[in-house]
Ligand binder design. Structure first.
Ligand code: HEC
Ligand code: HEC
Length: 146
């Protein structure tokens, strides 16, 4: 009994080894390149927009969409302590120029009832929802219509 079980197991292992060896030769990736071919870095694209202040707002495609960023975000850093986006967007005006301000949905009441509402820190990382634009061919097609 024991011997035949052992023999059976050995046979199963041998079959698996042969199966693995034969599939590894014909393995190909979704990108249709060999699995060990190095990945070429994608071409660097410039942001479509330049410094803010001259761009038309991009029309929203559905209700509740985080508006797309029409200007560049080059050098507007978001670190744990500083957020360059807020310099302009915390209010509807910055250095005498009109700005789209980040709306009430982004604010929470301050603990001091007399103080102005403050930014909800869950919204600190602006670019997790708002994205700048580049003129690039979509990697994957889609059939979304308004
Ligand atoms: C120097 C000021 C300034 C800074 C800094 C700035 N913006 Fe803007 N932003 C603007 C202005 C002005 C507009 C209006 C469009 C334009 O003229 O470029 C705008 C437009 C936008 C819009 C579109 C709003 C809408 O209703 O369609 C979004 C979203 C936005 N900015 C997000 C950001 C984010 C995120 C950052 C940080 C990475 C940032 N902005 C940094 C000035 C600024
Ligand atoms: C969790 C996602 C999320 C994050 C993070 C976020 N936003 Fe938004 N934002 C939205 C959505 C959704 C809208 C559109 C609906 C609304 O006003 O709430 C919006 C609207 C805006 C608008 C247009 C407001 C208006 O009334 O037209 C501005 C400007 C903006 N956000 C700037 C910012 C900035 C600056 C930050 C970072 C400090 C930020 N947002 C972080 C989701 C986000």
């Amino acid at each position: 009994m024991k011997k035949s079980l052992k023999r059976g197991l050995m046979a199963a292992l041998a079959v698996t080894a042969v199966a693995c060896a034969s599939t590894s030769e014909s393995l190909s990736t979704l990108r249709d390149t060999s699995v060990d071919a190095p990945d070429a870095a994608p071409a660097e694209k410039m942001y479509a927009g330049k410094q803010p202040g001259k761009f038309a707002l991009i029309e929203r495609t559905f209700v509740g969409q985080p508006p797309l960023i029409p200007h560049t975000v080059e050098n507007f850093d978001i670190t744990p302590k500083e957020n360059a986006c807020l310099d302009c967007h915390i209010d509807s005006e910055f250095k005498g120029k009109k700005m789209p301000s980040l709306g009430k949905s982004h604010l929470v009441k301050s603990s001091d009832p007399k103080a102005e509402p403050q930014l909800n820190m869950l919204r600190w990382q602006c670019d997790s929802c708002h994205v700048p634009q580049v003129d690039a061919k979509p990697l994957v097609g889609n059939y979304f219509t308004k």
